[in-house]
Ligand binder design. Sequence first.
Ligand SMILES: [Zn+2]
Ligand SMILES: [Zn+2]
Length: 328
Amino acid sequence: MSNEISGSATVSCRFCGATNRFPIDKALIDLSLVVCGSCKEKLLRVSGEPLTDLNPDEIAHPWDRDALAKFKAIPYVEEILSKVLGSTFDRMHLFRHTASSLKVSARQAPRIHRLYLEAAGRLDVDPPPLFIVQSPIPNAYTTGAGAPIVGITTALVDMLDDRGLVGVLGHELAHVKLGHVRFRTLAVLLANGALKILNLAGLANLALGPVKMLLFKWYQMSELSADRGELVASGSLSTHVRTHMMLAGGTAKIAAELDVAAFVDQANEAESLRDGDLFVSLMEMFDNTDRSHPLLVWRVHHALQWSRTQPFFDVLAGKGPKPRLTST
Ligand SMILES: [Zn+2]
Ligand SMILES: [Zn+2]
């Protein structure tokens, strides 16, 4: 029953072990203000500290987990993956990015590098190479077969503040943490018409219809998990909502006029319009840029829903003090 939305959350203080119960509504206004009633330390880890105890299952949305399990159970899936995402795939992408974009490091764009390491610490992931890609379209993505790389466009770097950037970088790293990357890469290739590649690989006789259907639905569901990672990385609900509002249609010119509450209402409206079969058609219809982060507004509804559950607070509160070892 721990996933049910209720009015309050209960966590143990990781400093003194005291059990604390607090109203969720009040906590969500500013998570950094929730303190232990006993020792007065901050109960929730929202200050950028690494979450070395984060388990992928804690952020995986059940729709993501279920759909991915179904997809993996399809015969020949591994064969398709290895044929389409062969050994040259990662080298090709690494070469393309290294030859065309900025490779972020402690020397190159050190501020972005610092924010990236912070996000990696929050998600407890070894950060793959990060590239800043020149593009007027605000976007971030992760691609790869076995060795992923992360890309963020210049437009997105310009659009978001530092907290927002930690969030979107955390979103990408959540895809890595959850083992999504090669399946998402396959989905994009299939949607782009990689069927031709399969024909060349002698796999045309496989029943690709059902494979695509499952994969395309899962692709959208995998965003729900990565959004949870984004929320955990930034540690701020307002940052999360604002980032998605800006990505959906915000500009610097009207930023002061954007209304968070109206956007949340719109996100709930999008949920009421949801229909499972639409996910498949959308994947076929979207062009490349739309496909990288689709259904932004709808996803906010689900991220907000999760933020009102006990598991969200469990992730931020951590596992508490380790039992003291008695010396022998
Ligand atoms: Zn305490
Ligand atoms: Zn994503």
